[in-house]
Design a protein around this ligand. Structure first.
Ligand SMILES: Cc1cc2nc3c(=O)[nH]c(=O)nc-3n(C[C@H](O)[C@H](O)[C@H](O)COP(=O)(O)OP(=O)(O)OC[C@H]3O[C@@H](n4cnc5c(N)ncnc54)[C@H](O)[C@@H]3O)c2cc1C
Ligand code: FES
Length: 278
């Protein structure tokens, strides 16, 4: 039975910087020594709205990257899209603001024991955890290629320094304002064949993850995806975030994406039943 990430702690974090990048905000927070426990794929749950807010539920954000340093212990980067009230409040926090954060939560991406060829696919702010992941895979000796996509250029998050960890980066926008016109899924089949891809790591909208699964299902390619299902508690209690899954023996179960995920084996998810009763 899955349980909450055993390294999770409720901490006070402080905003070190808050920069606008296209349609997103890049937030750097000090998180102390818990940074050493954060792995690519983990997420955080942040109390939003301040002490007098009626926004009771924490909001979930993928950890983009962590850095450990002797001065502050450690920092964490988040890429936040100002979407509704909670995320807009978070994006308005200035340097020095104190945040109540539970970190790290959820499962992490599995790292191959041997150097293999991997493809990273990110949609919108879904690219956030992939750059930290690329660094880990690179250190393992893997060849790392990346495809990022979004509806338009300002929704592509592709930091310069992150590009150093990848062999190639292809960008797709639906309106053609950056990179090639089209969707991230278009080149996948050809890249898998040309580069002998063993594992695809993906993060982005559920429809994108489902489309990647339709390419990898029944093949030798492993698809590890970070799902983004609405979450209320973030710690396995409320069942808001359940996803229909089926294991290799055909057993069907609703798994909680906050503790059994967000990183899941794409082939286990019953994509056409997501959000529907089984
Ligand atoms: C694992 C994970 C990683 C994410 N990573 C990122 C990221 O890196 N960057 C980013 O910008 N966004 C990310 N998101 C999305 C982000 O959590 C939402 O955009 C954010 O919660 C929106 O909050 P809001 O108050 O702005 O929006 P609103 O739409 O006002 O509020 C949404 C909130 O309502 C609550 N809610 C939703 N559905 C239900 C329900 N059925 N029952 C009870 N409560 C419900 C949840 O707390 C939800 O967060 C991630 C989400 C998940 C689950
Ligand atoms: S968000 Fe409550 S169980 Fe997953």
């Amino acid at each position: 039975m899955a349980e909450i990430n055993r390294n999770a702690r409720q901490i006070k974090a402080y905003v070190v910087s808050n920069k606008r990048v296209g349609q997103y905000h890049q937030l750097i927070l000090t998180i102390g020594d818990v940074a050493q426990q954060c792995k690519p794929g983990n997420f955080v749950a942040i109390n939003v709205g301040g002490n007098t807010s009626a926004m009771i539920l924490r909001r979930a954000f993928a950890i983009s990257r962590v850095s450990v340093n002797s001065a502050s212990g450690g920092t964490m980067e988040l890429i936040v899209a100002p979407h509704g009230q909670g995320s807009t409040w978070l994006c308005s926090q200035l340097e020095g603001a104190e945040l109540d954060v539970v970190v790290p939560l959820g499962t992490a991406f599995g790292i191959p024991t041997e150097p293999v060829q991997v493809l990273l696919v990110g949609g919108g702010y879904g690219s956030a955890p992939l750059f930290g992941l690329a660094e880990v895979l690179n250190a393992r000796g893997c060849r790392v290629d990346m495809i990022l996509g979004a509806s338009t250029a300002s929704k592509i998050y592709a930091p310069m320094e992150g590009k150093r960890a990848v062999n190639s980066l292809r960008i797709y926008t639906e309106d053609g304002t950056m990179g090639q016109t089209g969707r991230v899924t278009e080149p996948i089949q050809a890249l898998v064949a040309d580069l002998s891809i063993a594992v695809i790591y993906s993060c982005g909208p559920m429809a994108m993850l489902a489309a990647i699964d339709s390419i990898t299902r029944g093949t030798e390619v492993v698809h590890q995806c970070a799902v983004e299902e609405s979450m209320a508690c973030g710690i396995g209690v409320c069942m808001t975030c359940v996803l229909p899954t089926q294991d290799a023996d055909g057993n069907i179960a609703m798994l909680r994406s906050c503790i059994d995920g967000p990183v899941m084996d794409g082939e286990r998810v019953i994509w056409d039943k997501v959000g529907k009763a089984l």
